[in-house]
Write a protein that binds this ligand. Sequence first.
Ligand code: ADP
Length: 142
Amino acid sequence: MKLRVKDHKSVPIVVSENTSVYDSIVALFVNDVGTLFVVSEQGILEGVVSRKDLLKTALGKIDVNQLPVSIIMTRMPNIITTTPEESLWAAARKLISHEIDALPVVRPANSKEDKLEVIGRVSKTNIAKVFVDLGLGRLDFF
Ligand code: ADP
């Protein structure tokens, strides 16, 4: 509970709303992640797309080169987020209770009410890494 999200987050991997499902799948592989965040030109959080969202779409008969990711993403305001100051424990709890793999780390966007800017990513991998480091005595959490 003393560990903060800001000290253990990763770089967010983002695509724009008009990125095709095909290019989104490529982005998953190139960046070695399971979740992409969909953002506006200003970096405002618009949605989330997971590997199974993409897999499900790719199994259908739709042309994944023509279909924008915005059609299949989970949209704001239904996105579960975390903040730099939140405890890593609270973030891990959100992952478990909502049965999801990753959370966007967000902060309020400058001069844009109710809008959130994406500044990081916390996934189950981040939590597992911290767990291992704690076991190895590499993390000082007092
Ligand atoms: P997968 O679908 O590959 O198992 P997840 O368990 O993370 O990956 O995603 C399950 C569903 O929840 C997907 O439809 C995805 O769009 C959605 N989702 C993933 N992350 C979030 C999040 N942070 N907030 C809201 N919905 C999310």
